[in-house]
Design a protein around this ligand. Structure first.
Ligand SMILES: *Cc1c(COP(=O)(O)O)cnc(C)c1O
Length: 369
């Protein structure tokens, strides 16, 4: 049995260490330094956006974006029910209310067909999440946003390098947010980024993230701001990671194709990760959903794989089932996906041998039944 195969592990084998040593030697370890602007500039190219603003993490990027759009108490924001909790929490930080919408069974993201029935006179924005790396259906969302004059905010924390049609994720909304947590497609340890083409929004967000200090008068603050800055150390790692993003995304896609070819015979038991004709997924997490038939359960498969030295993750718990957001409603698909979904090992450091082994163990589990 091999050592435990992790779900995620960062590849830090490029210029990360070299750039970090430069920071230490030069003494620029805090939130001023050349790596910050280098990282931000290169990020504008990835997303084809005019402005990229680094932040302390993905959650602060979401919070700042909402603040930048002047979202506040009394407002409502459409959020997918099936997401990581940070998406909903960032809305709550502003005093606004996240309004949860079910997923589509086709590609697991927010169901555009269920958005309109949740729009009220207080709705200000649709916050889309590109779950596990698969982009949301942008044309349909834009159409609704236009009709009701809503902002589109992208939570692209899981989808660096993904595309909707020919448009890169990060350029699909009024404003977009990324995370660089350790298990994300590129990492800075902790970190985040906001991208937009709107100059006044970019200016307001840069102001808010740095204590809302006046650009003209030092230590003059007209409103209560935040410290949501990234450090030069984080940006040094981020720049080195971003230099290699093309190889990371092509490895993720290669791994997904290999998993798909090895698991396709299990059609009776599992649904493989979808990729719609209009989408190019980043396959942040290679995910499968067990078909809720037969005498097995998702948790049994997870513990079986754990015994074989393979680490996995369950899908997120839908927001409507968490204590602070608990509510009744039409969440059939998100509930079903959450109960039956598993993220398999998805690191770019996986070998073909690992993927053959993992697939073989999954097959063994089902064939024993
Ligand atoms: C990771 C993640 C976040 C939060 O990012 P942090 O950097 O951990 O704050 C937000 N939304 C989604 C969908 C995520 O996966």
């Amino acid at each position: 049995m091999p050592n435990k195969i992790p779900v995620a592990k960062p590849d830090l084998s490029g210029n990360e260490l070299k750039y970090l040593i430069n920071c230490i030697k030069d003494g620029w370890v805090s939130s001023i330094g050349t790596y910050i602007s280098k990282f931000e500039n290169l990020f504008t190219k990835l997303t084809n956006c005019k402005y990229a603003i680094s932040t302390s993490n993905g959650t602060s990027a979401l919070h700042l974006s909402l603040l930048g759009l002047n979202i506040k108490k009394g407002d409502e924001i459409i959020v997918p029910d099936l997401t990581f909790v940070a998406t909903a929490n960032a809305v709550s930080y502003t005093g606004a209310k996240p309004v949860f919408v079910d997923s589509t069974p086709e590609y697991w993201n927010i169901d555009p067909g269920k958005i309109e029935e949740n729009i009220t006179k207080n709705t200000k924005a649709i916050l889309v999440v590109h779950l596990y790396g698969h982009p949301a259906n942008t044309d349909q969302i834009e159409k609704i946003a236009k009709k009701y004059k809503l902002f589109v905010i992208e939570d692209a924390a899981e989808a660096h390098g993904a595309f909707y049609k020919n448009r890169p994720v990060g350029s699909l909304g009024t404003i977009s947010c990324f995370s660089f947590y350790g298990n994300k497609i590129i990492t800075t340890g902790e970190g985040g980024m906001i991208t937009t083409n709107n100059k006044s929004l970019a200016t307001r967000i840069s102001f808010l993230k740095d204590h809302a200090m006046s650009a003209k008068k030092r230590y003059y603050h007209s409103i209560i701001g935040y410290n949501y800055r990234m450090t030069n150390l984080q940006a040094a790692v981020g720049l080195a990671q971003l230099e290699k993003i093309d190889s990371f995304t092509s490895k993720k896609r290669y791994n997904a194709a290999l998993y798909n070819s090895l698991l396709k015979d299990l059609n009776d038991y599992v649904t493989l990760p979808p990729e719609m004709p209009w989408a190019q997924s980043s396959y942040w997490m290679y995910s499968i959903v067990l078909k809720p038939t037969g005498n097995y359960t998702r948790n049994k498969l997870m513990s079986y794989l754990r015994k074989k030295g393979i680490d996995t993750r369950p899908f997120f718990i839908p927001m409507h089932l968490l204590p602070m957001y608990r509510q009744k409603g039409d969440f059939k698909i998100s509930t079903l996906l959450s109960k039956n979904g598993i993220n398999l090992p998805s690191s770019t450091l996986l070998s073909e041998k690992d993927i053959y082994y993992i697939s073989k163990m999954i097959k063994m589990f089902f064939e024993k039944k």
